[in-house]
Design a protein. Structure first.
Ligand SMILES: Cc1ncc(COP(=O)(O)O)c(C=O)c1O
Lengths: 141, 414
């Protein structure tokens, strides 16, 4: 694939769409948990807000700044989290990373949009930043 | 070798490019456009060859052997120092210390000068446009000594607010440490005035010359600067070597930075006395090949000539600033009147990393991010910038490709 098509793969409408209209992109009044996702190398910084009821995420939102890739990836994460049980998060993350980094086949278009990042040096942390931070938080629970 | 025409202010950029084989490389199947010399410049053939020759024909430890080869290695190493002395017009070779780079030069002064001269309640002045390497070493020594860090603010255009600096200077100020040329904004700071004001109160000044040395003629005696430090790798020399210039009176008054071989006069378990300058500050086996390479880089720059370098780079800066300014949605960060050939910018609604990735796919290497100047990014309320920096081997065609790439990125990310 030439450079131009690779770029178009990466910056296709799913990622650019979420970048422009991120999901629940707002601070939460009184969250049960606030998780920071920060990459000191590039300066991307997000806060994830979770409201939890009976082991289930009732509401999720995020704030902060970063590149189109990390913002879209965080956006999709936040959207998927809503309604999810805490113990369902780790398997979802694994599935996401398998699709994004290992090229696992999938019908999930939103996850698949990130597979193109493989071809770009230094951009894989943009894909996984918020997911990794959430996992770190989970591991501490 | 590049040929220089009789007119000392013009240069044959194609001849210069042929001194840098790496510039012929392709990136992403396109001729590479390298616009990140402010991070590290490319190296001319002559530098690589000088280092090769050293390793293949002269390699031995320095200042230690009675045999001929060790003497040759010592001569090669000290020739590097001699060339640098002339290059920056230091009064003596004793004042020219080899260090690993700018970072180590600043750490050396912060630690050694700081331990001797800083006390609780004293003040150290830096500026809001410092590289992390001229912030953190001072924070560390301030923490140890109880001294306080004061910061000269910058204007929206990226110039130091000199009135504030003047008011900041007082009898508690023990040192002023500022960047000569900003790596993020390109601003050339009014260092003569900074030094003059500090000296009026007997306060020494350290200049971070990392970004000045590749562009400007530096005369440490004319500047009357107390400490001046820079890295070899940003001025066409190798990585791993740099220079700390220090006035002899300060270096004599300061305690050693590191202990070890080379820096001693006599050692016993009761007491060690230290070697004289510059060796007092050069503990351990130094980067000999690095010194040789740095010497070759000095010769390369002198051969082209500072006037020619500056004129060429200024032409590129003017051309690039004008062309980039015309792109809708672009915002230049750093528009000081006196600037080196660095252009930082942001594209409306686009993150610098996304712009950088798109440029990379077009074979264009720029730097993206905070450029190790996070407090400055906070000052402007931005996450980072895209930075294009130009060296003597860049051309207007390079800039045309950049402009085309930025337009493409704007379209793609819109
Ligand atoms: C202004 C400035 N100061 C200091 C440094 C640090 O130089 P080095 O990493 O070579 O020690 C740099 C390099 O990026 C710089 O641009």
């Amino acid at each position: 694939m030439d450079a131009e098509s690779k770029l178009k793969q990466l910056y296709r409408s799913i990622i650019l769409g979420y970048n422009k209209n991120p999901y629940h992109y707002e601070e939460m009044e009184s969250p049960d948990h606030e998780i920071e996702a920060y990459n000191p190398l590039c300066g991307d910084k997000y806060k994830l807000f979770l409201q939890i009821e009976d082991g289930r995420i009732k509401k999720a939102s995020f704030s902060g700044f970063g590149c189109a890739i990390s913002k879209a990836s965080t956006s999709i994460l936040v959207k998927r989290l809503e309604g999810m049980k805490l113990d369902e998060i780790a398997p979802m993350k694994e599935e996401f990373l398998n699709i994004a980094f290992e090229g696992a086949p999938t019908e999930d278009e939103e996850f698949e949009a990130f597979a193109a990042a493989k071809a770009f040096p230094g951009r894989s942390t943009c894909v996984s930043l918020s997911w990794d931070s959430l996992q770190e938080w989970l591991d501490q629970q | 070798m590049s040929t220089i025409t009789a007119d000392t202010t013009s240069l044959d950029v194609q001849a210069i490019r042929s001194d840098f084989p790496i510039l012929e490389r392709e990136m992403r199947n396109k001729p590479m456009v390298f616009l990140d010399s402010a991070a590290s410049s490319q190296k001319p053939d002559s530098v690589v060859k000088a280092m090769d020759y050293y390793y293949q024909q002269q390699n031995a430890n320095v200042h230690r052997g009675v045999y001929q080869l060790s003497q040759e290695a010592t001569d090669a190493y000290e020739k590097g120092r001699h060339l640098v002395q002339g290059f920056i017009n230091a009064a003596s070779e004793k004042e020219v210390l080899f260090v690993r780079g700018t970072t180590e030069g600043i750490n050396l002064v912060a630690s050694s000068y700081g331990r001797k001269f800083l006390q609780e309640g004293d003040e150290v002045i830096i500026s809001a446009m410092e590289h992390h390497s001229n912030i953190v070493p001072w924070q560390l020594i301030c923490e140890q000594t109880g001294a306080k860090l004061r910061v000269i603010p910058v204007t929206d255009e990226g110039e130091l607010i000199m009135e504030e600096y003047e008011q900041m200077l007082n009898e508690r100020t023990k040192i002023v440490a500022v960047v000569h040329v900003s790596n993020t904004l390109g601003t050339i700071n009014p260092v003569e005035r900074i030094i003059e004001l500090a000296h009026a109160k007997d306060i020494p000044v350290l200049l971070d010359g990392a970004q000045a040395i590749p562009h400007l003629k530096i005369d440490v005696q004319a500047l009357d600067v107390d400490f001046y430090t820079f890295s070899g790798h940003k001025m066409f020399g190798p990585t791993g070597i740099g220079i700390l210039y220090g006035k002899e009176k300060w270096l004599n008054a300061m305690p050693p930075y590191q202990g070890g071989g080379e820096m001693i006069e006599t050692v016993s378990f009761e007491k060690t006395t230290f070697n004289e300058l510059p060796h007092k500050f050069e503990a351990g086996t130094p980067d000999i090949a690095g010194a040789v390479g740095l010497g070759a880089a000095v010769e390369y720059m002198e051969q082209i000539g500072h006037e020619a370098i500056q004129k060429h780079e200024h032409d590129l800066l003017v051309y690039g600033t004008e062309a980039l300014s015309k792109i809708p949605g672009i915002r230049l960060i750093g528009t000081a009147e006196d600037k080196a050939s660095v252009i930082s910018f942001l594209l409306d609604g686009a993150h610098p990393y996304d712009v950088g990735t798109i440029l990379d796919q077009m074979g264009i290497a720029v730097r993206t991010g905070h450029h190790c100047t996070q407090p400055l990014m906070d000052r402007y309320g931005i996450p980072g910038t895209v930075r294009a920096s130009f060296a003597v081997y860049n051309t207007k065609e390079d800039i045309d490709r950049l402009v085309e790439g930025v337009r493409r990125a704007a379209k793609m990310l819109a």
